[in-house]
Design a protein around this ligand. Structure first.
Ligand code: DX5
Ligand code: ZN
Length: 213
């Protein structure tokens, strides 16, 4: 399993320094972009994300919680190593959103809210690099993990079969529940408050990796 620390729970005033702390054990930096419409919260957008890049080496895992991913995805400066994930419940048609994000040269992820049936993403599995299973209602860090995510991940893993699609999970992950989601099939673990609200970020990342085994 790999870790994608969510910078949402970091100190935004010193974002790059916060990112640097977790970089040694991070596969990606998970960056939550919210528009105040798709979710009732606002975070950061392309100018901040693009200028954060300088001095960091790990790729970005950009989680768009916005109504119009097709309009805003091109404003993120990305390479083939980065991921842009949009929500199936957004207002853009998913097949079109996948194509438009793919055009940018990065990897493409699709995400879904806890209330959306997991089968909703099945038609897109041949076209995406990652499915991001939300284990909280998107919008805020620090919420409690919804255990129903475990069975959803199992179903998804089964449907993915031998396709090369990463399963990621996002929301309320900590040392107590990380084992269950990894055993169910999750490959890329997003964790925000568990990492950044802890004084020793590297120690908690190591603990997550150990607990996952
Ligand atoms: C919530 C975001 C998550 C959030 C996770 O809408 O998508 O990435 O930062 O934070 P924790 O790990 O604290 O639930
Ligand atoms: Zn997220």
């Amino acid at each position: 399993m790999k870790l994608s620390p969510s910078l949402l729970s970091a100190d935004f005033g010193i974002l790059r320094a916060e990112a640097r702390q977790v970089e040694p054990l991070a596969e990606y930096f998970h960056i939550d972009v919210m528009d105040g419409h798709f979710v009732p919260n606002l975070t950061i957008g392309p100018p901040v994300v693009n200028s954060l890049r300088q001095g960091l080496t790990k790729p970005f895992d950009i989680h768009l919680m916005i109504d119009y991913p097709i309009q805003y995805a091109p404003q993120f400066e990305v390479t083939q190593h980065d991921m842009i994930t949009f929500h199936i419940e957004a207002k853009d048609e998913p097949f079109r959103a996948i194509d438009e994000i793919r055009e940018l040269g990065c990897k493409v992820g699709i995400s879904l809210r806890p209330i959306t049936p997991i089968t909703a993403v099945f038609p897109y599995l041949d076209l995406v690099d990652l499915v991001l299973v939300m284990s909280v209602e998107p919008g805020f860090g620090g919420q409690a993990f919804m255990p129903a995510a475990v069975e959803r991940i199992e179903k998804l893993k089964n449907e993915i079969g031998d396709r090369n699609v990463i399963i990621s999970v996002d929301g309320g992950i900590n040392v107590k529940n990380v084992h269950d989601v990894v055993a169910a099939g999750a490959d890329l673990i997003v964790a925000g408050s568990a990492i950044f609200k802890h004084p020793d970020r590297i120690a908690v990342m190591r603990a997550l990796i150990t607990a996952a085994q």
